[in-house]
Design a protein around this ligand. Structure first.
Ligand SMILES: [Zn+2]
Length: 359
């Protein structure tokens, strides 16, 4: 049920148009309002079939699903390491609320087995996508990375950028221990620390070595049918201030320009490896809203993303005008200068990607 069945509205006049998003709720209004009861029945049956299939696949891996409640995380015995020396229930298993996929990760330091299964996925023989240890030889923890809660200086920095304490806390934004003031944006998957990006106040960035690139805020879009993608971690936090947690940031900013060449094969498409690493979640979304920066690299990023995600389901946010000649640059600039309501409005006014230049 993709964009083809959606009602498009006049993008030039946002006011009066129906709201696209329901803030604080991952569901968006769609055209799926009147479903004939016969097809509803088929849909229900399909869900039951999917769940049975999914449970079968999980059981085949040696994970016992008896005590599982969909939508929750359950600690179980890991069939790979049997809980290590302590023989603890080290495997965290999650079956989605919609019962269409399962995720797991073993918290035993020496094991770290992780993966996911979609109920119906024919891309691999058994539908299992093993995340393995995501290239990371060590299991990351806040202690091993020497992270600590945000101090006064960075709390003041984020307050100036209109990011609330609640949002910082929910996203586990931390700082590096030591004399230097360095922000640590923690990257998590299934609540587990799998990467970290550091940023100084002078805008110097680097990423924790040996970790795979994934989207920032991944856990916030696992159940989302509609996903907002921004260009930086602070923009992700800003969009959340406007009421949309279903937002992720790319981990490595925007390219300088669009590559005119054909798309590279998966293994060589390193700059966008995060899209392939997060493919399962992105595939499920019926609508993807690109809220990249209003500059040439931002446009190049939006174009590169749509080339890989499919133009027909991509929408684009146009940032409000600053003056006659220019617009605000990104989500955080809009939040700081115009407030969260204006940011929410800008996101609501996203236009279908292919129509963005028709205004
Ligand atoms: Zn294990």
């Amino acid at each position: 049920m993709l964009l083809g069945s959606r009602i498009l509205w006049a993008p030039t006049n946002c006011r009066g148009a129906p709201p696209i998003f329901s803030p604080n709720n991952h569901a968006f209004p769609t055209t799926r309002l009147f479903i004939p009861s016969a097809s509803l029945k088929r849909h229900e049956n399909k869900e039951v079939d999917d769940y049975a299939q999914l449970k079968d696949k999980v059981e085949n891996l040696g994970i016992s699903c008896d005590s599982i409640n969909p939508g929750e995380y359950t600690r179980l015995m890991c069939p790979k390491c049997k809980g290590g020396r302590l023989m603890e229930r080290s495997l965290s298993l999650h079956i989605s609320g919609k019962r269409n996929y399962a995720l797991w990760r073993c918290f035993n330091f020496e094991c770290g087995w992780a993966g996911q299964i979609l109920a119906h996925n024919n891309t691999t023989s058994d539908g299992v996508h093993q995340l393995g240890r995501m290239n990371s030889p060590q299991v990351l923890t806040e202690e091993s990375l020497k992270l600590e809660p945000l101090g006064d200086m960075l709390a003041a920095y984020f307050a100036k950028r209109m990011i609330s304490k609640d949002t910082l806390k929910r996203n586990h934004v931390m700082q590096m221990a030591g004399d230097q003031v360095i922000i640590a944006f923690t990257y998590r998957w299934n609540s587990m620390l799998i990467g970290c990006k550091y940023r100084t106040l002078e805008k110097r960035f680097w990423q924790e070595k040996g970790t795979d690139k994934v989207l920032y805020g991944l856990d916030d879009v696992i159940e989302a049918d509609e996903i907002i993608i921004v260009e930086g971690e602070i923009d992700k936090l800003s969009v959340e201030e406007a009421g949309y947690p279903n937002c992720v940031s790319v981990p490595n900013g925007a390219p300088q320009s669009i590559t005119s060449k054909e798309l590279l094969p998966l293994e060589e498409d390193t700059r966008f490896s995060y899209l392939w690493n997060c493919k399962e979640w992105l595939e499920k979304a019926s609508r993807i809203v690109l809220a990249t920066d209003d500059d040439l690299p931002g446009q190049a990023l939006a174009e590169e993303l749509t080339r890989r995600l499919g133009k027909e389901r991509c929408w684009k946010v146009c940032w409000p005008k600053k003056d006659e000649f220019s617009s605000y640059k990104d989500a955080n600039e809009v939040l700081v200068n115009l407030g969260s309501k204006a940011l929410k409005e800008a996101i609501e006014c996203a236009v279908p990607y292919e129509m963005q230049n028709l205004n």
